[in-house]
Each structure stands twice: as C-alpha cells, then as structure tokens.
Design a binder for this molecule. Structure first.
Ligand SMILES: *Cc1c(COP(=O)(O)O)cnc(C)c1O
Length: 377
C-alpha cells in the first residue's frame, strides 16, 4: 500500500479545449457547462422533480412523440440501447436485427445476452436496407422484436425508415430504432414513423456530455413489456421500476445523476429555442458546405449523397495517405479531433462528426483549411 502520494505526479487535470469533430462526444455549448456548475439539490427535491418533468416534456418535443414513457436513462447511449433490448426481449423471444455496421452488431450481441432467439440480416457496411428485405426476413422467420440503426455512426449511412414500421407491425412485432447519432440533428419523427422504442444519447447531436440515454416507449411497446413472463434480467434498466421513479410517485429506484440532468435540460432548451426543424436544416446546410469543401480538396465521401448522414461524414482516405499521421497532425497542430474507421473500415475512412454545437461554419472551414495544409503541404 502506498503510504504517501507525491502530488508532483498528480497535477491538476488541465485538459485542453479541443475542437471535437469526431463521432462523439460533440462540442458542448457554454450554456450547458454553465448549467452544470449549479449546486446539487437532492434528487427528490421539489425543484429537481420539476426539472425532471420539464425534461420529459422537452424530450417528447425532440423525439416528436406524445409517448408518456419518455425519459433519460441514467447511463450513456449504450445503456439506453440495452434498456430497449432488456425490456422487450426475454429468453426465447424471436428477434430480428438488421446489421449494416458496428452498432447493429452490438444490438445483436445484446439481444443474445438477454436470451433472445436472434436472427440477423446483413448489408455490407455503408449500405442500407430496403423495406422488402425486412419483409422477406419476417416472412421467413417471424419475430416479436425488430431492431435497426437509423444513423450508423460506423459508416455514415442514414437508414430510410419509411414503410419499415408498417411492415414490422403487420407481422405482429415492435420496432426498435437506434437514433443515437440522429436525434436532435437528423430529421426523425417517432410518432409519424411509428417507432415503438426509440433511444439516443446525450453526447451526439444533443450536444451535452455523455452520461444520459434518452429513450421513449409507445403503447405497443408497453403492451409487449407487460406480457412478459420473466422479469427483466437487468434490475437497473427495468423500466417498470425506472418508470415509477420518473412517474408522479417518484418511487426511489436509483439516484439520478443530478448534474447530467442539468446539462440535458439546458441542451434541450437550446434545441427548443432553435426549433427542431431549424436544427435539422442547419445540420444539412453545414454538412453540404463541408461536402463541397471536400470535393474542392479532391476528397471523396464514402456514402453516396442520397444516404449520407448530415450529422456524420465518412471520407475515403486517399491512396498513399497515412491515416494516423493526418489525425495526429490535426490534433497536435490544429487542436481538432476527428476519428478513424472501425472494424473493416479501419485505415480506409475518416469519420467527421458535425453534430449539435460542433455543426458550425467556423469549425468546418477550419477543418477544411487544416486538411488542405496537411494533405497538400
Ligand atoms: C455512440 C453510439 C451508441 C452508443 O452510445 P454511447 O454513448 O457511446 O454509449 C449507440 N449507437 C450508435 C449508433 C452510436 O453512434
């Protein structure tokens, strides 16, 4: 056991203020940092209870839903992902997962861990599913739960969601949609599309720090959850318990991360102030400016324009260019973080997040100028 700590070896954190243009976390509006500096109140303090209620209302606005059960899960986007699976899947539940990237694979992994009888359909990374492919899969093997990723952060592809919900419902299943990299940046209307469970994370287009996972359940999802035979395997993510904590009785379940909820509340206020549709339009306009700038630099996007996300852009790394060296120079010489590819796309693409507070012209112009210097010096 160490008797004494030499404080010389433990300087204050002093972390740099980076320009965060990776796949998350995105940059945080100073107003959100300011909100986080407020003193803690108790998690059952009447003022905090009001803040919880207002947060739920602003989340409904952001998700475009009337769903009563709309809350932030205490945990990151992955916790919300796991909550969607844990509550809808029990041992033996037939599940269909659509996999065209890293996060589809994670969904399948989770569904298996909760005992689901999991089938998968696949598309090469970067491509998207057609509604008829999903219909075909459900005809071959019925499922009770279907999950798909709206914004696949590993590839930069946007999955069109039209028609899918109707097909899934016609086959007696519920639809789970991962909106971690789309909510608050890319057009998404939960009720209009007919999504039954939709979840996200605070650190992407919502532009708060990582730590909460907004999620919403409609009646169809609640009915499936009520018909379960086995209790939810995860105690922490069991929505029948968590719901009581966020509902009018405030039955103690866990202590909500108070400061994170201050952050989310302010971030959602900023979204409402801008207007969700305006926010979608800003993400598109700024991304289009970025795409044009890339073209001027002779850089090619990995995803064709029609399925290209406006929150995350993947760029093909040109032949002979050193992936790691470029990212290192961006970080060390220009203070900009971007990210490399995952899995089979490692070394092949860069991933640039243009989410929330990051999606501003000054950041885009700076990144383009830095890329020009590095690539054509
Ligand atoms: C980031 C991400 C997640 C996981 O969120 P964390 O906050 O990292 O836990 C899940 N799905 C998608 C599509 C993501 O981009």
């Amino acid at each position: 056991m160490k008797k004494q700590i030499d404080l010389q070896q433990f300087p204050a954190g002093n972390l740099p203020a980076r320009i965060l243009m990776g796949p998350g976390p995105s940059m945080v509006d100073p107003r959100v940092y300011q909100a986080m500096a407020a003193p803690l109140v108790g998690h059952l303090d009447p003022e905090f209870v009001h803040l919880m209620d207002r947060t739920q209302e602003l989340l409904r606005y952001t998700f475009r839903t009337e769903n009563k059960l709309t809350i932030p899960v205490s945990g990151t986007g992955s916790a919300a992902m796991e909550a969607s699976i844990a509550n809808s899947v029990e041992p033996g539940t037939p599940v269909l997962i659509c996999i065209n990237g890293y996060f589809g694979e994670r969904l399948a992994d989770m569904a298996k861990r909760y005992g689901g009888d999991v089938s998968t359909i696949h598309r090469p990374w970067g491509e998207v599913f057609t509604p008829s492919e999903i219909e075909q899969a459900l005809r071959e093997k019925p499922a009770k739960v279907v999950a798909i990723v709206h914004a696949e952060t590993s590839t930069g592809a946007e999955q069109p969601l039209d028609e899918i919900a109707k097909i899934v419902h016609n086959h007696g299943a519920i639809l789970i949609v991962d909106a971690v990299t789309s909510l608050g940046g890319v057009p998404l209307s939960v009720d209009e599309i007919g999504i039954d469970i939709c979840y996200s994370g605070t650190q992407k287009c919502i532009s708060a720090p990582p730590g909460l996972g907004p999620i919403t359940f409609n009646e169809r999802a609640l009915n499936l959850m009520q018909s379960r035979k086995a209790p939810v395997t995860s105690w922490y993510l069991d929505m029948s318990l968590v719901q009581a904590y966020w509902g009018p009785n405030r039955t103690y379940h866990h202590t909500a991360p108070i400061t994170m909820n201050y952050a989310l509340y302010e971030a959602l206020r900023i979204i409402a102030e801008e207007g969700i549709e305006n926010r979608w339009a800003r993400h598109r306009a700024n991304s289009e400016m970025f795409w044009e700038g890339l073209e001027d630099l002779n850089l090619k996007c990995f995803i064709p324009k029609e399925h290209r996300l406006t929150s995350l852009c993947t760029i093909q790394i040109p032949e002979g260019v050193d992936d790691a060296a470029v990212r290192k120079s961006l970080l060390e010489d220009y203070n900009i973080e971007i990210s490399g590819g995952l899995g089979s796309l490692k070394g092949k693409i860069w991933r640039v997040g243009l989410m929330g507070y990051t999606s501003r012209k000054e950041n885009i112009l700076l990144l383009l100028a830095a890329l020009k210097k590095i690539l054509y010096k």
